[in-house]
Write a protein that binds this ligand. Structure first.
Ligand code: ADE
Length: 250
């Protein structure tokens, strides 16, 4: 998968060299290219923002540098990139970033991220590229960040771990909270490892019982309890047929 990020803070994307995403890059599973938006400005001060039409606080990112930058990145397509990119614009006014959207994006061969600072990017940029590409305006949560770069890191990590061969154990995301399947719409319950006792705290006996049916039932009950406590909305929204007798007993 190819990922391009156009930003005024290229150094903010350094974490893409580390851990899971960093390893995926070294292994050639991810081709990440970070670009400085200011390279596509032509004035002495490398201006990327201006005052908003209609008044109001803050500044708006100018369309010209974005247009030139995106044309250059899109124009750098090689034969390998024949499927064409999708443009991801992180913004608190976007559609919610969910596991389902992470799965959808992980199936695209090329993503271009356009993280904004200030009050956002001039609307005409999204309108212009929306005529040529799939444009996803995405919010990572109901809070306002100082800019979209942190959202790029979040989205990239959620997407990269879904790519074939990136996670050591392909089953690791099967039981993820929000993963499709039997545990759909339930959060993951608690997990334990050795030692069997730590600071006087023992692990639940069932986990060393060797009884797979009982372990599965316990995991499901714990997931159900945790979901009811932290995210009751997920249970209210779920398809009742996805709940079993054990769930209903809780
Ligand atoms: N930029 C600022 N806040 C954001 C958010 N919540 N999600 C995505 N991009 C953002």
């Amino acid at each position: 998968m190819r990922l391009d990020v156009v930003t005024i803070f290229p150094e903010y994307l350094e974490p893409l060299n580390v851990s899971l995403v960093g390893k995926a890059r070294t292994r050639g599973q991810l081709d990440v290219r970070v670009h400085d938006l200011r390279e596509w400005t032509h004035d002495r001060h490398h201006t990327v923002d201006d005052t908003p039409y209609g008044g109001g606080p803050g500044m708006v990112m100018k369309p010209e540098p974005w247009g030139e930058a995106l044309d250059a990145v899109i124009g750098s397509a090689t034969e390998q990139d024949e499927a064409g990119p999708a443009l991801i614009v992180p913004t608190p006014s976007g559609r919610p970033f969910t596991q389902a959207l992470a799965v959808e994006l992980s199936q695209r061969p090329w993503l271009i991220f356009a993280p904004a600072r200030y009050e956002g990017i001039d609307r005409r940029v999204m309108d212009e590229y929306g005529e040529r590409l799939d444009v996803y305006e995405v919010s990572i949560g109901d809070y306002v960040l100082a800019g979209g770069e942190a959202a790029v890191l979040v989205i990239t990590e959620a997407v990269a771990r879904l790519l074939p061969g990136v996670l050591g154990n392909a089953d690791s995301h099967r039981d993820d909270s929000f993963a499709p399947g039997a545990m759909a719409s339930l959060l993951e319950g608690p997990v334990y490892t050795k030692p069997p006792e730590w600071r006087g705290r023992a692990i639940p006996d069932v986990l060393v019982s060797g009884h797979h049916g009982k372990i599965a039932r316990w995991r499901r009950d714990e997931a159900f309890r945790r979901t009811a406590s932290h995210r009751p909305d997920l249970i209210e929204r779920c398809d009742p047929s996805s709940l079993d007798k054990g769930d209903r007993a809780i």
